[in-house]
Design a protein around this ligand. Structure first.
Ligand SMILES: Cc1cc2nc3c(=O)[nH]c(=O)nc-3n(C[C@H](O)[C@H](O)[C@H](O)COP(=O)(O)OP(=O)(O)OC[C@H]3O[C@@H](n4cnc5c(N)ncnc54)[C@H](O)[C@@H]3O)c2cc1C
Length: 434
């Protein structure tokens, strides 16, 4: 394919991915005497922490997305293109994309991660992932379509399948999703579906390890467990999903749950581009990088965020796949790249852990800030404040804030719309989108 962007005299940094890491890096390169090209397959940035609220009808998709071109408005040294990057050709210093090849002097891979089904194809074909806005909208449609279908189900067994929700993975995403579905059941379904026997709506949360929120304190896990139980979620720990055929989920110990709604939040893996040395791909499909985020074995290829594994004594599996790690790596790499270009010394990356939090629902959240841990109403307000502040764009902050205030007082979740019906993907064919 034809060459895109002939190279000029300025040093060119190509960034693949406009996520948390890529954006921070590009912003820090503003007004510098270099050329920056950012390529993303979407024309918007996704605020993934609130995807579950889109999936459960709490927020509109538009309020958690932000146009990348708007973020970089006025940044004269940056060119943005919507394109899928397929491969890197390290020997030619170029990337192959859906719009042609692009040369680079320095390449930064900030492609993030995707759902990890751990090689279980049958589960992948039938369960619902939630890593992108289209996937969250698919899930919203599926939930609402299945609730509608349950009203006219030909037999009680089929109705039960349609009304049973199983969330797999007890990390923050799984906990938040299970909590949101439970609140939907408690506050909305009763009035939306007056003929529905609400006790028939079952919500399960399945976790492979002994406790929920394994990366947080035992205190946070215990409290999240309690909050979810209060909301009626059936929690199964030390349980592993073995198969799911679309209607029946089987666990390793032989138990079975009839369900047509299985939501997969059990793990992620890095999005690694083709053409790189396979030895650089380590656990979690992440690229092994050194202390300045340079990919092992390459002089001018770097990786940041979820796709990067900087293995240190403190972080033997790399840094956690969270937004602050991606942002901090992006910021540090900008400084280091400028130093590298000017032949100055670089500084090693040091992660500043800002703590962790998860919300279960109205007035129920857990927060771990190093030695300060709290749960309940104050934690919930803290969670809302932090998420509002980190959302990109004033309009989005305002829309989300107004939505949350409205939901708080009305107990409503306003976007229960099947705008784009979900059609199950036929294996090996792209999903149909209306
Ligand atoms: C449901 C969910 C909830 C989460 N909640 C939290 C939370 O509460 N707090 C927290 O800190 N973290 C949370 N995270 C994790 C956080 O979102 C990630 O750690 C963070 O997004 C990683 O940033 P990144 O820059 O590495 O990648 P991303 O933000 O994922 O960005 C990657 C970008 O690369 C683009 N891209 C990928 N492949 C290609 C390609 N081949 N060609 C072109 N473009 C490509 C994508 O379109 C995307 O824009 C959550 C994640 C999910 C999925």
């Amino acid at each position: 394919m034809e060459q895109h962007f002939p190279k000029g005299n300025k040093t060119r940094i190509v960034i693949v991915g406009g996520g948390f890491g890529g954006i921070e890096l590009a912003k820090k390169l503003r007004d510098k005497e270099i050329e920056v090209i950012m390529v993303d397959k979407h024309n918007y940035h996704t605020f993934q922490p609130l995807l579950y609220q889109v999936a459960t009808g709490g927020l509109e998709a538009d309020s958690i997305a932000f146009p990348l071109r708007k973020i970089f408005k006025g940044q004269k040294n940056l060119t943005f293109r919507v394109a899928e990057v397929n491969a890197v050709q390290p020997l030619n210093n170029c990337i192959q994309t859906s719009i042609g090849s692009i040369d680079y002097d320095h390449l930064v891979i900030a492609t993030g991660s995707t759902s990890n089904f751990f090689g279980q194809d049958q589960i992948q074909e039938n369960a619902m992932p939630m890593k992108s806005i289209p996937e969250a909208l698919n899930l919203r449609s599926l939930i609402l379509q299945n609730l509608e279908a349950a009203q006219i189900a030909p037999d009680p067994e089929r109705a039960n399948e349609l009304l049973t929700f199983v969330v797999v993975g007890g990390g923050p995403t799984g906990v938040e999703t299970a909590g949101a579905i439970a609140e939907l059941k408690k506050h909305v379904l009763k009035s939306d579906y007056p003929e529905l026997d609400i006790d028939k709506v079952l919500i399960y949360l399945i976790e492979g390890s002994p406790r929920l929120l394994g990366a947080m304190s035992p205190q946070a896990s215990k409290k999240a467990h309690l909050f979810l139980t209060e909301l009626g979620v059936k929690i199964m720990t030390e349980a592993r999903v073995q198969s799911f055929d679309g209607n029946m989920l089987s666990l390793g110990d032989g138990q079975q749950i009839a369900s047509a709604n299985v939501i997969w939040s059990a793990g992620v893996k890095g999005v690694v581009l083709d053409g790189l040395n396979p030895e650089d791909v380590v656990r979690g499909n992440r690229l092994k990088v050194n202390e300045v985020n340079r990919v092992d074995g390459y002089e001018n290829i770097y990786a940041i965020g979820d796709v990067a594994a900087m293995i240190t004594e403190e972080f033997p599996n790399g840094h956690p796949g969270v937004a602050p790690a991606a942002i901090q790596q992006g910021r540090q790499l900008a400084e280091n790249l400028l130093n590298i270009i000017e032949h100055k010394p670089t500084s090693n990356f040091k992660y500043k852990d800002k703590g962790a939090m998860a919300t279960v629902g109205r007035n129920r959240a857990v927060v771990d800030l190093h030695n300060i841990r709290f749960q309940g109403v104050f934690a919930w307000f803290t969670w809302m404040f932090v998420h509002l502040m980190t959302l990109v764009g004033f309009r989005n902050k305002l829309v989300v804030f107004v939505n949350w205030v409205w939901s708080y007082f009305s107990y409503d979740r306003g976007t229960r719309l099947i705008i784009r019906p979900y059609h199950k993907k036929v294996p090996h064919e792209p999903a149909k989108v209306d």
